[in-house]
Design a protein around this ligand. Structure first.
Ligand code: 13P
Length: 255
């Protein structure tokens, strides 16, 4: 059965002291309260990766991820961070194609396909984000946008490599806005995504693909969202900065 994951995307928040303190609280709460097969992933800024990975290393349930990586192995790319550097400090995941990267840093599907390749080749598991803007939804082209993001960003992968990818559906209009897609709206898109995966890789791989929902998830709306047939967890922004809220979201999968 596919993995359930609750992942926190801290974005560009938390200086070092605040980050270590938040993560220590998360570890303690998760250790005491989270019961089940779900995995908890925390994706802090690059500079925290090493310390948080060390703190997380005692806790099988908690993994660490980065929020981005460069598409080259190494070289003269001042200010950038490579997949192998991320792996070398103990991270397991890397978020790729977040809408903020697409919007503010001009990341295209073509570039993201390269980042996905290097992440997988290096041994990181990509959390690959897809999703439409409000304008695209209003123009009823959201399914076309998502189909293209998948086709150009990840569907070049072999089945063996695609099996390492976690997908995250993030409707841009529901990110940081307090607006959530209704459970029905989210489920509709998740089912569409799984169908696309099935068309490319077959039903067994599609059934095993974890598809996260991201967009103003909180402890109140998570139970209904996560009870949808094709929603396998969440990619949490704002609520991941509060240990209580983040843990409560992770507990939705408690058994
Ligand atoms: P919010 O949960 O703050 O809406 O952010 C969602 C997100 O972008 C997660 O990557």
């Amino acid at each position: 059965m596919r993995k359930k994951i609750v992942a926190g995307n801290w974005k560009m928040n938390m200086d070092y002291t605040a980050g270590v303190s938040l993560f220590s609280e998360v570890i303690n709460m998760v250790k005491d309260e989270v019961r089940g097969e779900q995995e908890v992933v925390v994706c802090p800024p690059f500079v925290h990766l090493h310390s948080l990975s060390q703190l997380a290393s005692q806790h099988a349930k908690i993994s660490i991820g980065a929020q981005n990586c460069h598409q080259a192995e190494s070289g003269a790319y001042t200010g950038e961070v490579s997949a192998s550097m991320i792996l070398s400090v103990g991270a397991e995941y890397v978020i790729l194609g977040h809408s903020e990267r697409r919007q503010y840093f001009g990341e295209t599907n073509e570039l993201l396909a390269k980042k996905t390749d290097i992440a997988i080749r290096t041994g990181l598991k990509p959390i690959f984000c897809i999703g439409e803007t409000l304008e695209e939804r209003n123009n009823k082209v959201h399914f076309d946008v998502i189909r293209k993001q998948l086709a150009e960003g990840v569907f070049h992968l072999t089945a063996e490599d695609f099996a390492k990818v976690v997908l995250a559906y993030e409707p841009v209009w529901a990110i940081g806005t307090g607006v959530t897609a209704s459970p029905e709206q989210a489920q509709e898109v998740h089912a569409f995504i799984r169908k696309e995966v099935e068309g490319r890789y077959g039903d067994a791989l599609a059934a095993n693909t974890t598809i996260l929902y991201g967009g103003s998830c909180n402890p109140k709306n998570a139970p209904e969202l996560f009870s949808q047939a094709d929603i396998d967890g969440g990619l949490i922004g704002g609520a991941s900065l509060k240990s209580r809220d983040f843990t409560d979201i992770a507990k939705v999968f408690n058994q």
